[in-house]
Each structure stands twice: as structure tokens, then as C-alpha cells.
Design a protein around this ligand. Sequence first.
Ligand code: AMP
Length: 177
Amino acid sequence: MEEEVPPTRILIAVNPSSIKGYPHASISSRTAFEWAVEKVVRSNTRGFVLLFLHVQVPDEDGFDDMDSIYASPDDFKRMSEREKTRGLHLLEFFVERCNQIGLPCEAWVKKGDPKEVICSEVKRVQPDLLVVGCRGLGPFQRVFVGTVSEFCVKHADCPVVTIKRKAGEAPQDPVED
Ligand code: AMP
């Protein structure tokens, strides 16, 4: 009798679009997902499990641009609920796409510095492969804006594939996504 081979687990790091915001996925993470489905999974949906990780940056939608803001403790409770929901809506997009093609998946949200959290989640869940998008930033932007994909290639404890956006899909400002 043939032994059952466990499915290949692919972790895909996904983030919201910097142009459209939640719940829209960034161009790079959507491209990474589509690449994994079209080029790796193909029609073998039983052979894979996709794991979607979204890391929420505490200050991302925060108050950086304002001088001051007054709020009650209840406002903060509501705020964290709202942020959690936003993250879940982003993941819903990917989970729905997987459901449509019968591809098993899991999805979760974490908080923190995306590059650090992605690498620590790799340590924890031990996927067979990590797939991340890549905006293809130049050397200057890599220093001043920072690149998640480059950090993951260097520090994640598993094979990493980075997928660049298609030439025609990248916004004029490459930092945008
Ligand atoms: P880079 O252009 O090198 O900064 O890499 C962009 C890619 O990093 C995205 O396509 C995602 O795969 C990943 N990424 C960036 N921010 C996050 C985040 N907040 N949560 C999860 N993945 C992220």
C-alpha cells in the first residue's frame, strides 16, 4: 500500500495595499499568491496547504500625522477590535480564493514588525516554503524605506521565494504597493 505523503505547506506573507488600504491586498502579495497557485500548486490542490500570515504594524494606521488626540479607554478597545477586523478582511480575500479552487488553507494575524514576525512565525510553524512579494526597491529605498523580502531571504529558516510585481502592474512610485 502507498504511504500517504503529507501536504507541502507554503507560508505566504500578505499585506494591505498602500494605495487602497484594507481590505485590498498589496499588488506584490497578490502576485506572490497567484504565482504560488499557478506555478507550484497547479491542479494538485490535495498536495498543498497554504498558510497566510498578515502582520499588523501597530502604528501603520496610527496618529503619526497628528499633533495630539484625546480618547477614552473604550475608544482604544474599539480601535483594537477594528484593526483586528481589518486584518481578517484582508485574509478573507485569500481564503475565499482558496475555497473557490478547493485548496486547503489557514490564515492568521499577528502584530509587530512584519519582517521580524514573519521570520519568527517561520520558526514556529516550520513551513516547507515561504513565499513573499517584492516591490523591487532600489538601493536607496531599501535603506530608507526598508524591504521585508530581503530580510526574509537572509533570516528565515526555510527556503524563500520572492516574487516581483509584473512590470505593467507596479505603480509609478515603487514604494507604493
Ligand atoms: P518588500 O517589497 O521587499 O518590502 O516586500 C513586500 C512583501 O513583504 C509583501 O508582498 C509581503 O509578502 C511581505 N510583507 C510586507 N509587509 C507585510 C505585512 N505587514 N504582513 C505580512 N507580510 C508583509
